[in-house]
Design a protein around this ligand. Structure first.
Ligand code: G3P
Length: 223
């Protein structure tokens, strides 16, 4: 199971990289634009924080030729191991095929249907990124779609992994993993919501009160 952060915010990346064993960082043009920073300096700073961990960066061109040029610029500046995110339409699949023949790492993105995932996997994409919440918004059963992708890959011995993305709540993250996604990428806030809530606070406060009633302010290492 892989836990990935879907953000380009440096403060969040530093903080969450310290807390969790993240596999890496995913970004897209919207996420990067939010930071209002210079493109490559921001990505290089992210690279220096996460070290060898995965960095997924999306191309923005609409033709195969443009996307290949962007991919080359990305790997030149950020390292050959950068995952090039490419939207899974026809031009994108063509681009992925060339990138894989050149030994690049590829993440197929903007996935709304198992059919897209199947075609991206057929040209060797390393990851496919189904958009869980956006699929739900289109009345697509996201759990079933991810389950179908997982079944297809498993039964055809395809190595492509599913990195589910686009989450609005923590249950969606669990649903994606239970449906067969090997990885999830979510905002830092969603990971916090998984382990910080009033019920957990109240349990911890109860233990602290019981401890204090017997041992006062002494800590275990002082006993
Ligand atoms: O990285 C792509 C994906 O996370 C999009 O999420 O929240 O814009 O639907 P969202």
């Amino acid at each position: 199971m892989e836990i990935i952060l879907d953000t380009a915010n440096l403060e969040d990346i530093r903080r969450y990289n310290d807390i969790y064993d993240i596999t890496g960082i995913t970004s897209n043009p919207t996420i990067l634009a939010k930071e209002k920073a210079e493109f490559f300096p921001l990505l290089l700073e992210i690279r220096s924080i996460i070290g060898e961990k995965q960095l997924h960066v999306q191309v923005t061109g609409s033709t195969c030729e443009e996307m290949l040029k962007e991919a080359e610029a990305l790997t030149d500046r950020l390292g050959k191991d950068t995952y090039i995110k490419v939207p899974a339409n026809e031009e994108g699949i063509k681009t992925m095929k060339v990138l894989k023949s050149r030994g690049n790492r590829v993440t197929a993105t903007a996935i709304y249907m198992p059919q897209q995932a199947m075609l991206a996997a057929s040209v060797g994409a390393d990851y496919v990124a189904p958009y869980f919440n956006r699929m739900n918004n289109m009345n697509v059963d996201s759990k079933k779609a991810i389950g179908d992708m997982a079944w297809l890959f498993e039964h055809n011995q395809i190595q492509t992994k599913i990195v589910a993305a686009s989450f609005k709540n923590t249950q969606q993250v669990m649903d994606a993993l239970m449906a067969g996604a090997q990885a999830v990428t979510a905002s830092p806030e969603l990971y916090t919501q998984m382990v910080e809530n009033p019920m957990i606070d109240s349990a911890i406060a109860g233990f602290a009160a019981d401890w204090e009633a017997t041992y006062g302010d002494k800590r275990i290492y002082e006993l």
